[in-house]
Design a protein around this ligand. Structure first.
Ligand code: SAM
Length: 353
């Protein structure tokens, strides 16, 4: 992934530069004091709640009340409530104040209607993954087949016939489809030159490493694509093409943040879902991070935990692994994020060992 230095200025406090061994990274462009918020993000590209928590997490602020169902829904215009649940009327109203939001809720509702209509067909069904391995050639060949054969066939069908071509999707695919809908909505309603869009276009994709490790994702990607190709309302269609779809998912694999329950300690909190915050995705991992990330409702704040000098790299902890030994930390990062950690602490501890 290339990025001309200086083309994305995420914050006045740091610059993005290219490093020798860890891609692009963020560097303080002045001395900064402990407790400085170097980045505060109020809008994500896309988010999705885990299926099991879909009724228990506020769709606006991600509040979770220990398993209690959220009380507030959309009004009667959406018989299924578009799969949205809110902790308060205030949160619902804030959600509804987004420009063009009807197009987002329409898409969620259509997906949910289809999801529920497929319920009987899912009973007793075992997902037999057709892919047990995947190479970059196989990934490309899947997309070529979809482009040259499947899309061509669907485009020739009458709209009423297309529904018969919908794949039966599972919970993970439903959650992924909602995430992609949210991203497409953000892409469609944002200015191409906005900071978030520029950052999104420049995100590193982890498509091939992730799919090679979990080949089942190829089926998931195919099913979600086919579902959205048939169901998406017209407002979201202009941004929905194969390269954009692959970039959305490839970026999610390499850059998404977990949406965690806030009140609990890190070993007992629930993983509620995930979201992609493009402007925060140029922070590298360090096993001695100088930034703490904190979610406050639907805002994400990155705060310095120590004084930092000009030109020092700004890093976060990706995996809550700071208490582990170097080999274990490196193994976890390799398995989950597909990189060998080159942070200063790992380098030092590797030399000592
Ligand atoms: C969220 S992105 C961070 C920005 C990334 N460096 C880029 O150029 O887009 C995560 C990726 O950055 C790289 N990375 C992050 N922390 C690293 C580290 N400590 N050592 C080596 N590579 C790292 C890995 O390629 C990882 O998949």
């Amino acid at each position: 992934m290339t990025l001309e230095e200086g083309t994305v200025q995420i914050s006045e406090l740091f610059d993005i530069r290219i490093t020798n061994d860890s891609g692009r990274a963020c560097f303080a462009n002045r001395d900064l004091k402990k407790n400085t918020d170097v980045l505060c993000l109020k809008k994500c590209l896309g988010a999705s709640t885990c299926y099991e928590f879909r009724k228990e997490v506020c769709s606006q602020c991600f509040r979770y009340e220990g398993g209690r169902r959220m009380k507030v829904r959309l009004d009667n215009k959406y018989p299924k409530g578009a799969g949205l649940w809110f902790c308060t009327e205030n949160c619902r109203d804030q959600f509804l104040r987004q420009e063009h939001v009807d197009h987002l809720t329409d898409a969620y509702e259509i997906l949910l209607v289809n999801w529920e209509a497929q319920a009987k067909k899912r009973v007793g069904r075992v997902d037999n993954a057709s892919n047990t391995s995947a190479s970059t050639e196989e990934i490309e060949s899947l997309w070529q087949d979809i482009r040259d054969n499947w899309i061509t066939r669907i485009d020739c069908m009458k709209p009423t016939k297309r529904a018969s071509q919908l794949p039966i999707i599972n919970e993970d695919e439903y959650v992924c489809a909602r995430f992609v809908i949210h991203c497409l909505f953000t892409l469609e309603t944002s200015h191409a030159s906005s900071l978030q869009m520029t950052a999104f276009r420049n995100l590193q994709s982890n498509e091939s490493s992730k799919i090679m490790k979990f080949p089942v994702l190829l089926d998931l990607q195919k099913h979600v694509f086919q579902t959205l190709y048939i169901l998406l309302p017209s407002f979201l269609r202009p941004k929905f093409d194969i390269p954009t779809y692959r970039h959305i998912l490839g970026s999610e694999y390499g850059n998404s943040f977990g949406i965690w329950q806030n009140e609990e300690s890190s070993d007992s909190r629930e993983y509620l879902g995930y979201w992609v915050l493009p402007e925060a995705s140029f922070f590298n991992h360090s096993c001695a991070p100088n930034l703490i990330k904190h979610r406050a409702g639907n805002q994400m704040v990155f705060t310095l935990n120590s004084d930092v000098l000009k030109d020092q790299e700004l890093c976060i902890d990706y995996k809550d692994i700071l208490h582990l030994k170097v080999d274990e930390r490196r193994r976890i990062l390799k398995e989950n994020w597909f990189f060998s950690c080159e942070c200063s602490r790992c380098k030092l501890e590797t030399q000592i060992n």
